[in-house]
Design a protein around this ligand. Structure first.
Ligand code: SAH
Length: 248
């Protein structure tokens, strides 16, 4: 899995992916992260990448030209990594590389979107800043819009990192056995059951006896019931959807 992130703040992407599980996946060659600075592609001799919005209104907008040229360079690098020669714009027309604009104006990212994207070889992210991005370049390059929630952030870097993190951990080999993703919240439409580790008693609270019983079927039954209960309490919306899909 190769992530290509178009951003004005590449150091944010690099620092966050240079830690813990993602760092290990990068050094094992399972994923790669290329943070590309949009500013490197501006034609403006003062290095500007933003300007006022037509029609008035506060704030600056990221301009089309630097983003488009950055995008062409990113796609060219993808072509090179695949050993493909030829015209970039023709390749783009034929292949429509997955290019995700992080924006609050989209459906909110879910685990099933992460699962779908984890099968891709290359994903390009565009991180906006300021007031956002000139609509015309979005029309030309974006294949998918993704929001991480109904609130407005200062930039698309944290949202892109959220997506990259959720996608990466689904790529085979990224998680070790001890970090298994086999039973996880959302996998079956339910939240995960509560979990406990040593010691058996802490602050006067005992681990539920059933988990110490060694009786596998009973443990599974208890976990499923706890999942149902927790989902009903914390995410009634998910519980309703689960009930409608599976007979509870
Ligand atoms: N004026 C825009 C918001 C701009 S916020 C609007 O009203 O829709 C600046 C940038 O931050 C955006 O271009 C986007 O890339 C990113 N961003 C902000 N909130 C986000 C969210 N909830 N999900 C994904 N990206 C977001």
């Amino acid at each position: 899995m190769n992530f290509h992130v178009m951003t004005l703040f590449p150091e944010l992407i690099e620092e966050a992916t240079n830690t813990s599980i993602l760092k290990r996946a990068v050094s094992n060659g399972i994923i790669s992260v290329h943070a590309v600075n949009i500013r490197d592609y501006t034609d403006n001799k003062h290095g500007r990448v933003d300007d006022y919005t037509y029609g008035g209104g506060a704030g600056m907008l990221m301009q089309a030209q630097p983003i488009y040229d950055c995008y062409l360079a990113v796609v060219k690098s993808i072509m090179q990594s695949k050993g493909i020669d030829g015209d970039v714009e023709e390749y783009i027309r034929d292949h429509r590389p997955i290019t995700i604009y992080m924006t609050p104006q989209a459906l909110v990212f879910t685990q099933s979107m992460a699962v779908g994207l984890s099968n891709e070889e290359d994903i390009i992210f565009l991180c906006g800043h300021y007031e956002g991005v000139d609509e015309r370049v979005l029309e030309e390059i974006v294949t998918d819009n993704i929001s991480i929630g109904d609130y407005v952030l200062t930039g698309g870097e944290l949202p892109a990192l959220v997506c990259m993190d959720a996608i990466s951990r689904l790529v085979p080999g990224v998680l070790g056995n001890e970090e298994s993703y086999q039973t996880e919240s959302f996998d079956d439409g339910l939240l995960e059951y509560p979990q406990y580790s040593r010691p058996e008693e802490w602050h006067g609270k005992r681990v539920p006896d059933i988990l110490l019983s060694g009786h596998h079927a009973n443990v599974e039954k208890w976990r499923h019931e706890e999942s149902l209960k927790r989902t009903m309490e914390r995410r009634p919306d998910l519980y309703e959807a689960y009930k409608n899909n599976a007979c509870v």
